[in-house]
Design a binder for this molecule. Structure first.
Ligand code: NAD
Length: 295
């Protein structure tokens, strides 16, 4: 039987409905949740991400404060801008679009964001809070993956989960979230040093691919009935497409969906969840400030 397709757009729409209601409740208290978005340079992928984030804010009752800076902006100027947003009471979330130009120390800039406004969940303080299971902002893509799994009714209690990828923004946070008591999965993390990836994947009740390698996961690596979540977004050449490329995930979708119980498509799976969780974190930050929860 073909796998149930997990429709990320539909789940994201459902969550955005909840976000709008929460933003409206804040508006009744005289508060408009605000997200500051900083883009340095003109990398086309970054420009399109930032534009999509601003549009999503406008559609969901969130104010966005945008700063587009030239690629040669000195690091000190960027740090000063982050500091100004840290102090600005109209701003509840700060997002610095990555990657930054090479002359800027990315870690220094991320660390400069106030933990109470770190709606991307990238600062060392937030990462520490996440690992300790303390109130924090969860990084958007991993949080979106967990939400997709939860809302699809996939059983996680006692499940074997395999994560392919160990990056700081996707693989490692997923590992941390999956072992939380509220999820209770047993987790294996695979990476470029892993031996016999296929055999490990075949043991997974929940298989999450976040390696950035098109078609890495084939049907023979999937346990029958497993839930397969494809985080990968890869551009592969396609001369029949107007752009000359098309987007492919890390999973061979046709092959894997014949074996899996649940599967996410690319595009339309994890992608729509990432911006949605950013909006959710921004509203959460405004709610926390209203309750006086911020440090
Ligand atoms: P990354 O390059 O930082 O990390 C990839 C990880 O995969 C590494 O830890 C590496 O060890 C592992 N890996 C690579 N090849 C492997 C292989 N052959 N076998 C086993 N492990 C392997 O990438 P990232 O930033 O974590 O992103 C991963 C993918 O997810 C990318 O395709 C990226 O575009 C996508 N992504 C999507 C979203 C979204 O919103 N949908 C958000 C973030 C990232």
């Amino acid at each position: 039987m073909a796998a149930v397709v997990i429709d990320g757009k539909k789940v994201a729409e459902e969550i955005r409905g909840e976000i709008k209601a929460r933003a409206a409740a804040l508006a009744r208290e005289g508060i408009v949740p605000g997200l500051a978005v900083i883009l340095v340079g003109e990398d086309p992928a970054s420009v399109s991400y930032v534009t999509a984030k601003e549009k999503a804010c406008a559609e969901n009752g969130i104010a966005s404060f945008e700063r587009r800076l030239p690629a040669d902006t000195p690091e000190a100027d960027l740090l000063a801008l982050v500091e100004a947003f840290n102090r600005d009471p109209a701003v509840h979330g700060i997002l610095v679009q990555l990657p930054l130009p090479r002359h800027i120390d990315e870690r220094k800039v991320i660390a400069a964001i106030s933990a109470d406004k770190d709606v991307d969940g990238f600062t060392p303080v937030n990462v520490g809070r996440m690992v300790l299971d303390e109130p924090c902002f969860l990084p958007c893509t991993p949080a979106g993956v967990i939400e997709l799994i939860r809302r699809s009714g996939v059983r996680t209690e006692g499940a074997r989960a395999v994560v392919i990828g160990r990056s700081n923004i996707v693989g490692k946070p997923l590992m941390n979230l999956l072992v939380r008591r509220s999820i209770n999965a047993t987790v294996t993390v695979c990476h470029t040093g892993t031996q016999d990836l296929a055999a490990i994947c075949r043991e997974a009740d929940i298989l999450i691919a976040c390696a950035g390698k098109a078609g890495l996961v084939t049907g023979d690596m999937v346990k029958p009935g497993a839930c397969v979540i494809d985080v990968g977004v890869n551009r592969v050449e396609d001369l029949s497409a107007k752009s000359g490329y098309r987007l492919r995930g890390d999973v061979d979708y046709e092959d894997a969906s014949a074996v899996a119980g649940y599967i996410t498509p690319v595009p339309g799976g994890v992608g729509p969840m990432t911006i949605t969780m950013l909006l959710a974190n921004t509203v959460l930050s405004a709610e926390r400030r209203l309750r006086g929860d911020h440090a």
